[in-house]
Design a protein around this ligand. Structure first.
Ligand code: SF4
Length: 426
C-alpha cells in the first residue's frame, strides 16, 4: 500500500512508504535524513549510473532506486550487471534529448542510442556479419566512432584515422561548458567499446586519397564532420568569428558583443555564456520569431538561469546583414526579413552561429576510385538492407560512404543514427 509520494525531485525531499519493504532513514521535507524514523525510501531522479545507485542503497540513504533515463540509454543495464559487464553499460550523459522530445510531442529518443524507441527497425545488439571486411573510417567524432563500434561488432577489421590528437570532434567543444561535461562520455564509452573490439586508431593522421587507397579497404566511411559556416554577410565576413572560435578559445571573448544566431542550437548560447561570464555584454540576435529553437525546454532552462543573471539581451526578428570596421570598433548593419528597416549596432566583436559546412573534400576526391561512386541506395538504407551499389564503377576498389556533418549540418543524434543504419548491415 502506498502512503506517500514518489520522489522525482533531485533534492530527495519526498518519500514513498511501501508496506513490506525494509526500513530506512527518512528524508524529511527539508532534505534532512532522520535515522530514527523507520520508513522505506524510494527515489527516482538524477541517479544516472549503477555506482551511484549502489552507493545510495549500501550507505542506507535509500531502499530502492528508480532509474529511467539510464534504461533509455542502456536497455540491457540489468543484463550487463548480472553478466559482470557493468563497465560496458552505455552511460546516460544527462543531455535530456529524450525529455525535450517528449515535451514537444515526440518519442523519447536517446541522444546516443538511436535504437531506443526504434526497436522495430534498429538493433540494440549487433549481429556478426557472414563475411568479414576491412573497413576504414576517417574521423573520430560521434558518427565515426559509432561506425567503428558497430562495424567492429559485426566482426569487421576496422581502422580509424583522425586528424586531431584526440577523439570527439564537436563534442570536445560542447564539453568545455561545465554543465555539458558529461557529453564526453558519448566518446569515452565508444572508445572503450572500440578498444575491446580491437579497432585500430591513428590520431594526428590527416587522411588523404593515398591513405585510403594504400590501406585497400573494402569499405571507406568518411565521417570528417563540418566546419563553422560564417560566409553569410553582404560585407565583412572576415571581421566575424564563429561560436566555435569562442568555445575553443581561438577567439578571446569581447566586451561588447553581438551574436547572430541562425542555427538556433546550443553553440550560440554556450558562446554567450562564456562571453558574459568573462564580463562581456552580449546581445543574441536571430531573424527567427523565437530564439534557440533547437534548444528545447529542459535544456534551455539552465542557460536562461545563467544568462539572465549576466549582462545578456535577446533580440528576435532582426538579421545581421554586414559588418564594417569603424576605428577600434565594428559597425554591424542589421535588417529584418519583414522588410524596409535598417539599424546599426556599434560593438567590439561579432559572433556568428550559422551551422556547419561539410568537410567533404576527401569524399569527393575518393568518389572516382570507389565502386559505388560514393552513391547511397536510400531505399535500402531506410529499409535496413545492405548497400549493393557495387557495380556502378567496375574499376572501383571499395565502397564509399559519408555520414553525419560530412553530409550536412546536423546534430549528434543524427550522426550516430546515420552510422548505425549504415553499419548494422555492412
Ligand atoms: S537523451 Fe541524454 S538524458 Fe536522455 S537517456 Fe539519452 S543520454 Fe540520458
Amino acid at each position: 500500500m502506498i502512503r506517500g509520494h514518489v520522489s522525482t525531485d533531485a533534492a530527495l525531499t519526498d518519500v514513498i512508504p511501501v508496506q513490506g519493504m525494509r526500513s530506512a532513514p527518512h528524508l524529511d521535507f527539508a532534505g534532512e535524513i532522520r535515522a530514527e524514523t523507520q520508513v522505506p525510501v524510494f527515489h527516482a531522479a538524477r541517479i544516472p549510473d549503477v555506482a551511484t545507485a549502489r552507493h545510495a542503497i549500501a550507505s542506507g540513504k535509500l531502499d530502492m532506486v528508480g532509474m529511467t533515463r539510464a534504461h533509455i540509454t542502456e536497455p540491457h543495464i540489468i543484463h550487463k550487471i548480472i553478466a559482470g559487464e557493468e563497465d560496458r553499460i552505455r552511460p546516460c550523459v544527462g543531455a535530456n534529448y529524450c525529455l525535450d522530445r517528449i515535451y514537444q510531442g515526440g518519442a523519447a529518443l536517446c541522444i546516443h542510442n538511436p535504437a531506443t524507441g526504434r526497436e522495430l527497425s534498429q538493433p540494440h545488439l549487433i549481429p556478426q556479419a557472414d563475411t568479414h571486411k576491412r573497413v576504414l573510417i576517417v574521423g573520430a567524432g560521434p558518427g565515426g566512432l559509432e561506425a567503428a563500434r558497430v562495424a567492429a561488432q559485426r566482426g569487421h577489421a576496422v581502422t580509424v584515422h583522425e586528424a586531431a590528437p584526440d577523439p570527439g570532434g564537436q563534442i570536445r567543444l560542447t564539453a568545455r561548458s561545465a554543465r555539458r561535461r558529461e557529453m564526453l562520455s558519448i566518446i569515452d564509452w565508444r572508445m572503450a567499446e572500440c578498444d575491446r573490439l580491437g579497432v585500430a586508431f591513428h590520431f594526428n593522421s590527416f587522411a588523404d586519397t593515398g591513405t585510403v587507397t594504400d590501406a585497400a579497404p573494402d569499405v571507406a566511411i568518411i565521417a570528417t564532420g563540418g566546419l563553422p559556416h560564417t560566409e553569410m554577410l553582404r560585407e565583412g565576413n572576415d571581421l566575424v568569428v564563429s561560436a566555435w572560435d569562442i568555445l575553443s578559445g581561438d577567439a578571446a571573448p569581447g566586451q561588447n558583443v553581438l551574436i547572430h544566431d541562425e542555427a538556433g542550437d546550443n553553440a550560440a548560447l554556450q558562446a554567450a555564456e562564456r562571453i558574459a561570464e568573462a564580463g562581456g555584454r552580449v546581445e543574441i540576435m536571430t531573424p527567427d520569431r523565437a530564439f534557440a529553437p533547437e534548444v528545447m525546454g529542459m535544456s534551455l532552462t539552465p542557460y536562461m538561469r545563467a544568462l539572465q543573471k549576466l549582462d545578456t539581451t535577446f533580440t528576435v526578428t532582426w538579421r545581421l546583414l554586414g559588418a564594417r570596421r569603424d576605428g577600434n570598433e565594428l559597425l554591424a548593419e542589421i535588417g529584418s526579413d519583414y522588410g524596409g528597416v535598417t539599424r546599426h549596432r556599434r560593438v567590439d566583436q561579432i559572433v556568428v552561429n550559422y551551422g556547419t559546412r561539410p568537410l567533404d573534400d576527401l569524399y569527393f576526391d575518393l568518389r572516382p576510385v570507389s565502386s559505388n561512386l560514393g552513391e547511397v541506395d536510400y531505399d535500402a538504407f531506410i529499409a535496413g538492407r545492405p548497400q549493393t551499389l557495387a557495380r556502378t564503377n567496375p574499376d572501383g576498389a571499395f565502397q564509399l560512404f559519408r555520414i553525419g556533418d560530412a553530409v550536412s549540418s546536423r546534430n549528434t543524434h543524427a550522426a550516430i543514427y546515420d552510422a548505425l543504419r549504415l553499419c548494422k548491415v555492412l
